[in-house]
Design a protein around this ligand. Structure first.
Ligand SMILES: Cc1ncc(COP(=O)(O)O)c(C=O)c1O
Length: 399
């Protein structure tokens, strides 16, 4: 019997047809497919912790289910979670937020999506420093905004207030900041961050501060949130937070947004008509994550530090490869241009060669707007990292 052809006249909407599929998710799927086929893959593409969610958090979720906390919640989240977020920001950053400035979201990603689509009109310019997390420009595209990229390579991928000032035009509406950065791991120093927000206040544009890697910084850098800035500098700011990385909760899909009441009300409209609310069980788990013991976060950070130290020196011993010191997140972002010879002309070729001949997954920097670089995640065991670096060295030396 001939196969029925469903959806033969399906036409994707203009908004979505302009968006690119996620290259980081594609890398994840490629690694999965190879593993399923029994290949010994070294996966350095992962954008998620290799640790399990701490037990106290899982227990809180189980207790919530047993207690029947399995219903819809208010779109902004449960009172308990809103309070836990407010208390954490007051305790750790001295910031006062009211309940109508706080909302729980389905991951930090939804906080950023809500913030963009509730602010950006067709044709508005949105400043995105390079290298950027892959989803930022796609969300701007969805909102029919215009992404304008800021080059930061001259300053080792660290954005400055001067760069922001130079990039602003009369059409600029918003800037998306991400420190510690995915993919570069670079951190904007607090004094520079303050100067950037002063430019934003002066030029009357808005800012999203994606603080998904907030807790993962390495000395001498220290944990810094834009919430720490004085309240006048936060009037035009939306902070997007996440439980995914800090508490190894990527699959729980839980995050939050902090913004002024008008912006929050608009974001609630978007969320109320899309996902309604973040999962009730994940919200209960998130309360425990913020209010319970924090030793698991310290243990994860210590392990990332150990891997980072080993990885950076090992990478810099590979001829032609140059890796500056990232201060945060769990990525190294080496420059591989010195390894590009013969058949390998681009960082995509380098990543492709690694995948094909060495069964090793890294992410091509071009996906983040930085051709010539690759992203290596150290959210994997030291043994796998060591194996991965041996394979990377073989590819670099074969060029
Ligand atoms: C820079 C950045 N922002 C936001 C997110 C979203 O994280 P989640 O939606 O899991 O909270 C990620 C996830 O990889 C990220 O790397």
């Amino acid at each position: 019997m001939a196969a029925t052809k469903f959806f033969s006249d399906f036409r994707v909407s203009d908004n979505v047809s302009r968006m690119k599929a996620s290259s980081t998710m594609a890398a994840m799927q490629a690694a999965d497919a190879m593993r399923a086929a029994g290949v010994d893959v070294v996966d350095l593409g992962a954008g998620e912790p290799d640790f399990d969610t701490p037990q106290n958090i899982k227990d809180a979720a189980a207790a919530a289910m047993r207690a029947g906390k399995t219903k819809y919640t208010p779109a902004a989240g449960t009172r308990d979670l809103q309070q836990a977020i407010i208390q954490m920001y007051q305790r750790d950053f001295g910031a006062i937020y009211e309940r109508n400035e706080v909302m729980a979201t389905s991951g930090g990603k939804q906080a950023i999506f809500n913030a963009i689509v509730s602010l950006v009109n067709p044709g508005d310019e949105v400043l995105i420093p390079k290298p950027y997390w892959v989803s930022f420009p796609e969300m701007v595209t969805f909102a029919r905004g215009q992404s304008t990229f800021i080059e930061t390579q001259e300053n080792g991928f660290v954005l400055t207030a001067d760069m922001v000032r130079r990039a602003i035009t009369p059409k600029t509406k918003l800037i998306i900041l991400n420190s510690p950065s995915n993919p570069s791991g670079r951190v904007i120093p607090p004094s520079e961050f303050k100067d950037i927000l002063e430019v934003i206040a002066e030029k009357e544009i808005y800012a999203i501060s994606d603080e998904c890697y907030l807790r993962f910084v390495y000395p001498p850098a220290t944990v810094f949130s834009a919430a720490w800035l004085r309240s006048e500098l936060r009037r035009r700011l939306c902070i997007a937070g996440s439980f995914s990385k800090t508490y190894a909760m990527t699959g729980w899909r839980i995050g939050y947004a902090l913004a002024n009441t008008d912006w929050t009300r608009a974001m609630l409209k978007v969320q109320g008509h899309s996902t309604s609310n973040a999962t009730s069980i994940s919200q209960a788990a998130a309360v425990e994550a913020l209010s319970g013991p924090q030793d698991s976060v310290a243990a994860m950070l210590a392990e990332y530090s150990r891997r980072r130290e080993w990885l950076l020196s090992a990478l810099n011993e590979i001829p032609g490869l140059n890796c500056p010191q990232p201060e945060g997140a769990f990525y190294a972002f080496p420059d591989v241009r010195g390894c590009l010879k013969g058949r390998m002309r681009t960082s995509a070729d380098f990543a492709g060669e690694l995948l094909e001949t060495e069964k090793t997954v890294v992410t091509d920097g071009a996906a983040f707007g930085a051709e010539g670089f690759i992203r290596i995640s150290y959210a994997t065991s030291l043994e796998r990292l060591q194996e991965g670096v041996t394979r990377i060295r073989r590819v670099a030396e074969s060029a």
